[in-house]
Design a protein around this ligand. Sequence first.
Ligand code: AMP
Ligand code: MG
Length: 433
Amino acid sequence: MVVGHAHRHYGEDMLSVEEATERILAAFSSLEPEETPLLEALGQVLSQDVVADLDIPPLPNSAMDGYAVLHQDIVGATTTHPVILKIVGHVAAGEVPKMVIGPGTAIRIMTGAPIPDGADTIVPFEDTDEIERKAKGSPLEEVAIRLDVGLGSSIRSAGEDVTRGQKVLSKGHTLRPSELGVLASLGYVRVRVFRRPLVAILATGDELTEPGQLLGLGKIYNSNSFSVAAAVLRYGGVPKILGIARDNLDEIREKIQLGLDADLLITSAGVSKGDYDMVKDVLSEQGQISFWSVRMRPAKPLAFGRLIGSNGRQVPHLGLPGNPVSAMVAFESFARPAILKMLGKTRLEKPSIEAILEDTIHNPDGRRVYARVVVEKRDGVYYARPTGGQGSNLLTSLANADGLAICPEELTQLGRGEKAKVQMLDWSEDVDL
Ligand code: AMP
Ligand code: MG
């Protein structure tokens, strides 16, 4: 059964997930660059190329603990015919060698120490008799070289990793721990990246109580503010929790004001068709807002538009549905890519895999179904098992899931044993890329 879901509500459009995404993303672009301490920039995107102004390593240095020698002295050395060299000095990492290698001499050298002038080869300790000499307690005045390691062996040349003037990282690159290490190796303490978006989060509803407070009869705890704020953090934004607005116009107006300094205001609930869904009214009076039905399950009702502050500043607003799973799925689908785009990222799609379904996903009314599943890899094949009840209020079944298996809108079901695309929320031990 293919359903062309025809019923419409006043002021609403029925949109595909792609149409909704496109309209939302059109309202965002990367935020302005800022300079950030290195560690705080983890996960942020470079707003300019990084060009090295030094060589790494700065000087030729030893790759091994051993002896710096002249290769011509050790040509043909073997265990049975070792070459004896006179030890004329020591050099540790961080020191500058004070002596020069001449014929018949060696300098004891540690990994990372600069190569003494005259030396052209490093012989590691293992290829000398140093250990036996030490064991015997003989003074280290000379050393037997037992292997011709080859000219230039174990010498790292200056600029081997990075040369001065080289473009090391490009604008648009995401900073992971290794990139932060590269920047530190170039001497950076701060780096220019696209600013993190400030995301204001407002929960709405008379039934909501903050965790930590006494729960009155008929009330529930506010979970959306926490799941949404955590998701904002996870994807690189800065959450600003505005608390709860009761279902009355003044309170919603007042709380929304507090979010007008943000780069995105996210509200939850109050955008469907209930009697007390007043977020709609306030939004309509304070900006331009559209109320959409998106052809997806969960998370059909969605609001998107812009609020205009008293100073004329415009703030994009995303109104998530109230049901906790709907709020999260809508966040993943629409808020996540918006946050990533503001951060300067270009790969906005969630990572996905193909998995074999271990249970049927039903699609009664022609929407795109996002079913909560646990993904497991067995013998190199991914399997996806729905986590039980798929009601949009059942948050624990999302907590138990690591992916969302998709049943396309044009299918009435995707059966057990069939392949499904699974958007990964997480990578568990059993799943890898
Ligand atoms: P509404 O969109 O106001 O009709 O809310 C839909 C459902 O989501 C209702 O069952 C609400 O109680 C629930 N809900 C709304 N906001 C939250 C919240 N912040 N935390 C947990 N549940 C919520
Ligand atoms: Mg409500």
